[in-house]
Design a protein around this ligand. Structure first.
Ligand SMILES: [Zn+2]
Ligand SMILES: [Zn+2]
Length: 294
């Protein structure tokens, strides 16, 4: 198994952000300009319960229509973003129907459903595993850290626990930009789409042809036999997470490490492997989990 197509370019995108149409501090026009000027290839505008924009192209950058819906539960909240939803979403989504019907409405509107900031939301394994038809979950959410929030941006642990319990989700990194004073243009995905169109981007997202990052590049992840290997930009360390707490070769240490391998232990019933690459500045990249075939 090779996670990425050799030699195919990666597009850079952010799939979660807000505008003054809800609680964001920048207008749609200014938010688009901020990402365009930072060199993004695509963004998705996900205002709360509102579809702010249709599919558009701005100076070569693709803008996708999105939405964010939220639900309250006893000890947690649940936020779901809908990526590339058509205009029917506005009539088919309602908080009183609950999260699963929200996901189903996003899907019916042609969109992809993403579990937003599960660590910030305090989502439990049971909650995450109860949701059907999710495309991915946010493993990092830029605005869920100081000074805008407490420090619950990184959902690696939560998503490891869900994966260990059988709910293995692909992962994206997003900004969830509200303030645009440092919470924007920080966490993103790199996506291997055929072309920069809404259809092609959705198809690549559905296929899992992407990785989440704050800068480090993941060039390839392969599974051959029981060996997971990764090739990446020079890193301070490369980590391999799985459903087993201890393994002696979980960390490949740099500086400047660009390749590492991990041996899957079937006698330990290892079911998934997540590759994390960290650079000298502490910025991370997360590959989608490799599911171990049995
Ligand atoms: Zn949210
Ligand atoms: Zn949001």
């Amino acid at each position: 198994m090779r996670m990425f197509e050799q030699g195919k370019p990666f597009y850079k995108g952010n799939l979660h952000m807000h505008t003054t149409n809800t609680d964001g501090r920048l207008s749609l026009e200014d938010a688009i300009a901020r990402y365009h000027d930072a060199g993004y290839d695509f963004i998705c505008v996900t205002d709360h319960w509102k579809r702010t924009v249709g599919a558009e192209v701005h100076g070569g950058m693709l803008v996708l229509p999105g939405i964010e819906v939220d639900y309250f539960m006893a000890s947690q909240v649940l936020h779901i973003t809908g990526i590339n939803v058509d205009e029917t979403i506005v009539d088919t989504i309602d908080r009183k129907w609950g999260p699963q019907r929200g996901i189903d409405a996003i899907r019916a509107a042609g969109g992809l459903a993403v579990l937003a900031h599960p660590m910030w939301s305090l989502n439990t394994t049971e909650t995450i595993c109860s949701l059907k038809r999710l495309t991915a979950a946010e493993i990092y959410n830029s605005t869920s850290r100081p000074p805008w929030n407490g420090d619950r941006a990184d959902a690696t642990g939560v998503l490891d626990m869900a994966a260990a319990n059988g709910c293995v989700l692909n992962t994206i990194a997003v900004d969830d930009a509200h303030y645009y004073n440092g919470d924007e243009c920080y966490s993103f995905i790199r996506l291997q789409a055929d072309t920069l169109t809404p259809e092609s981007v959705s198809e690549a997202l559905e296929k899992g042809a992407f990785y989440a990052t704050q800068g480090p590049e993941i060039h390839q992840v392969t599974l051959e036999g029981d060996t997971v290997s990764v090739d990446c930009s020079p890193a301070a360390r490369i980590l391999f997470h799985s459903n087993r707490p201890y393994a002696k070769d979980r960390c490949a240490m740099g500086p400047g490490v660009t390749h590492a391998e991990y041996q899957i232990r079937r006698d330990w019933c290892e079911s998934f492997v997540r590759v994390i690459v960290e650079d000298e500045q502490g910025r991370r990249a997360w590959a989608n989990p490799v599911v171990v075939p049995y």
